[in-house]
Design a binder for this molecule. Sequence first.
Ligand code: PLP
Length: 275
Amino acid sequence: MGSSAIRELLKLTQKPEVISFAGGLPAPELFPIERFEEATARVLADNGRSALQYSTTEGYLPLREFIVEKMGQYGIEATVDNILITSGSQQALDLIGKLLINPGDLILTERPTYLGALQAWNAYQAEYTTVPIDDDGLQTALLEEALQGGPKFMYILPNFQNPGGVTLPLQRRLDLIHTADKYGLPIIEDDPYGELRFEGRASAPAGGAGCPRVKRPCRGLLARQRHLPQHLFQNARPRLALGLDGRPQERHPKMCDGEAGHGFAHQHLQPSGGV
Ligand SMILES: Cc1ncc(COP(=O)(O)O)c(C=O)c1O
């Protein structure tokens, strides 16, 4: 396996003379260190023994319950059985690759797309068909043409896309859902930034469940990964926790099998895996 482009980028950021715009590094002076100290001290004092112990593969139940409630605010009906906590998105992307990608399988992505996903899936010898983005994100008018190659799933970043920074408007979300539903194409929605905003409200998930005028979730919606809770964890502790909402339901046990097969059991306060 070749060296990781992300690892090389992060190496550069260690040089004090370099201000890197390449990686999405939060400003360290904004890290809520005191609040994090307080929270850690409280957990260790109240539940230290179980917090440092191994846990179930699915992850800490109260956190999964919190995520279910949070998803409910977006109109996504999930139960704790749909939620799998991973150590950052990279582990989730890897699990998706391990479960779904056979060598040569075609994956539909936006062009350009998130480097970390390509790295995760290149390891499983994925091939890509791409649809360009413009100022309004994925150009849904070009989607059907790209589907002719028979991709296995679609990977989209509908909010503040990385690296484009663009957000998919409602009409394109509806077009996307309509097309995915027509072809039964699973959608992997990666949404680390939807709630990280200065103004306005987070948009309905592009996967369909929370979109007004969509009566039922898109049958293709497979997994929605959300980096939670954004405002604390994304700044305080990149890669601390990530929720995966599996749909249809039967996918989720397979995700757990994939994770267990990796030898992962969660410690509630475990150090996160790096990229
Ligand atoms: C689209 C996207 N997914 C995932 C990640 C990484 O998330 P995590 O910190 O959970 O590994 C990033 C970070 O740059 C990202 O932009």
